[in-house]
Write a protein that binds this ligand. Structure first.
Ligand code: SF4
Length: 234
């Protein structure tokens, strides 16, 4: 496991649980609006690799938090590119924690294996755009069929899950939002996140704009026609 950081405590990132967040290094996407390029771009990752945290240190920390925390969030970067992720999740589960995975959904084969192994209690999958528009937004390693497969896997799973999207005015046209609405119809939960301009992986995205909170609420209303729980995270 390549672990770039840990947040020892959160009450915001795992619904209903007090949790720690573990951040893995590296990602198979290149979202222009990514706010953490230092954890994504290999040349930037190389500069901080001496600060990576050994897996044993993470597990020792979690051992010391048994009875104090109830959950662990494994986030990124993109955790599913780590070859030993499933074993790592099982070790966390064996310590008695519930496990939430944050993923971009490009590796449905991992999600299938992790669900079969009962290694996950909650999955938060980004649903960044309409499946067919993924490569244009996040780069050539995104595969529309894999995004769609992960989406359907979650919809049909008995595990708790959410989809979430960061909406950008210059990207998320009415046509795209309507396509996303059709693809996500029947999902349990969808969270709309407001884009924050600032440091971004591609400089051009730093000048892009968020929707206003009122506009986000208007978009949420449309998604509520097909998804029972939709909320705006401003
Ligand atoms: S999937 Fe997440 S971590 Fe990876 S580039 Fe996109 S925003 Fe950044």
């Amino acid at each position: 496991m390549l672990i770039s950081g840990i947040q020892p405590f959160t009450m915001l990132d795992y619904p209903g649980e007090t949790a720690a967040i573990i951040f893995t290094a590296g990602c198979n996407f290149r979202c222009g609006y990514c706010h953490n390029p230092e954890f994504v771009v290999p040349e930037l990752l190389a500069k901080i690799k001496n600060n990576f945290i050994p897996e044993t240190a993470i597990l020792n920390f979690l051992e010391s938090r048994r009875g104090l925390l109830t959950g662990v969030v494994v986030s990124g970067g993109e955790p599913t590119i780590q070859p030993d992720l499933l074993e790592f999740l099982k070790k966390i589960k064996n310590l008695g924690f519930k496990v939430k995975l944050d993923t971009n959904g490009n590796r449905p084969e991992f999600l299938r294996a992790a669900l079969a192994a009962r290694a996950l209690d909650y999955i938060a999958m980004d649903y960044k755009t309409s499946a067919s528009a993924y490569p244009a937004l996040v780069g050539p390693l995104a595969v529309a069929e894999k995004i769609a497969a992960s989406r359907e896997l979650l919809k049909n799973s008995d595990v708790e899950y959410e989809f979430r999207a960061t909406l950008i005015k210059e990207v998320h046209s009415d046509i795209l939002l309507t396509a996303m609405q059709e693809e996500l119809a029947g999902a349990k939960r969808f969270f709309l996140q407001q884009f924050r301009p600032g440091i971004t992986l591609a400089a051009a995205f730093g000048a892009f704009h968020p929707f206003s909170v009122d506009e986000m609420e208007e978009i949420a209303t449309k998604f509520r026609r097909v998804i029972p729980h939709v909320a705006v995270r401003a």
